[in-house]
Write a protein that binds this ligand. Structure first.
Ligand SMILES: Nc1ncnc2c1ncn2[C@@H]1O[C@H](COP(=O)(O)OP(=O)(O)O)[C@@H](O)[C@H]1O
Ligand SMILES: [Mg+2]
Length: 346
């Protein structure tokens, strides 16, 4: 019988790796990821989450090729023996890529890591500025905040009978009230960005803490830069992690991350983009709180950790409360955070 935690043997065969040693890798909740070891070589095999179409692999190949041509490290998709870069097996899409020797963290633990993460993201953005690739698998409206807030209102209207409704409702009302108090972001141009630059999508050198590369490239695409930065900072500047409801925003990590990012994008990032960094971080925190909160009722989108929480709803309630707490924390130090941005970008 096949072990449910391992890739199907046919997929290992497809890449000529039938005799490889395989083990589960990382703590990602989206794709299924395995470390594949064969004859001294290491690879990473993934089964894509069904939310992604196979064409995403074509986009990843173009963008990672572009990054490598500029001297950045990027995992390389490897062709199967039939020459294709992904395989379909019983409805699942599988791919194989090079393994990068680095560690991923669930939360930052030092200002050096924050600064390194910022510098890496700047190199990534600058390297992709002249990449004209038309994406085959573009995700529309990822950070369409009004849509996410409308989804939360709809979840409240439709799931009055959910066993957790009485707990989720007050949380939802607080999130919606905070959202209503935020000013809208200015109109901004699109840039080619990672799309999910959260902390565990960065690989660090385990000894020097140097940030080596961004992984998890299924979300690559174009969007306003401050939304990408807001998504990065809400994740990086959260020393208690996503699974803590008393989350605080770390001004210390924010300063280090912004100071790490700024030199690499000097002369490229515009003043309007800079001014939108703090408001966009708040927007992303509130948007993510709304998404987790809606999913505490819808129970249809976010993955969850069944080993630590009694239900998907419970895990997503906690994550919603955590993002709300982080947003309140940033609001309380907004002036100081804006001063950090002003100083770093001159
Ligand atoms: N090319 C790679 N080299 C080394 N480790 C990797 C590589 N790709 C993924 N990983 C590890 O597997 C984890 C999950 O992979 P990721 O692509 O981030 O999937 P998910 O979408 O599920 O988060 C990562 O956090 C990292 O620890
Ligand atoms: Mg990931």
């Amino acid at each position: 019988m096949q072990d449910a935690d391992l890739p199907p043997p046919q997929m290992l065969c497809a890449w000529g790796l039938a005799d490889a040693r395989v083990s589960l890798l990382g703590s990602g909740l989206i794709n299924r990821t395995w470390l594949v070891e064969a004859g001294g070589d290491r690879f990473v095999m993934q089964q894509l989450n069904p939310i992604f179409a196979a064409a995403v692999n074509d986009d990843i190949r173009v963008v990672t090729g572009h990054l490598r041509s500029k001297g950045l490290i990027a995992p390389e998709l490897l062709p199967a023996e039939d020459g294709s870069y992904w395989q379909l097996h019983e409805g699942g899409i599988y791919r194989l890529m090079t393994w990068v020797a680095g560690a991923s963290h669930e939360r930052l633990t030092s200002v050096l890591q924050a600064q390194e993460a910022g510098a890496l993201l700047a190199r990534f953005h600058r390297a992709l500025d002249d990449c004209r690739h038309e994406f085959r698998s573009a995700r529309a409206g990822v950070h369409d905040t009004p849509r996410h807030l409308a989804n939360l209102r709809r979840a409240l209207a439709e799931h009055g009978g959910h066993p957790q409704y009485a707990v989720v409702r007050p949380l939802a009302e607080e999130i919606l009230a905070l959202a209503a108090a935020l000013e809208p972001l200015p109109a901004l141009p699109d840039r080619l960005v990672h799309g999910d630059p959260k902390i565990n999508n960065i690989l660090f050198d385990p000894v020097s803490d140097q940030a080596l590369c961004l992984i998890d490239l299924d979300t690559l695409g174009r969007m306003p830069l401050p939304l990408e930065l807001g998504d990065a900072f809400r994740s990086w500047c959260n020393p208690r992690g996503e699974d803590d409801q008393r989350t605080v925003f770390s001004l210390e990590f924010f300063r280090a991350a912004v100071e790490g990012y700024a030199p690499g994008v000097a002369g490229w990032i515009t003043p309007v983009e800079c001014q939108a960094i703090v408001p966009a971080t708040l927007t992303i925190q509130v948007e993510l709180a709304a998404r987790f909160c809606a999913d505490a009722l819808n129970e249809s989108y976010f993955g969850w950790d069944a080993s630590r929480y009694p239900s998907r709803s419970a895990h997503n309630q906690l994550r919603a409360a955590g993002q709300l707490s982080a947003a309140r924390s940033l609001l309380g130090m907004r002036g100081a955070a804006e001063e950090v941005v002003r100083r770093a970008f001159g």
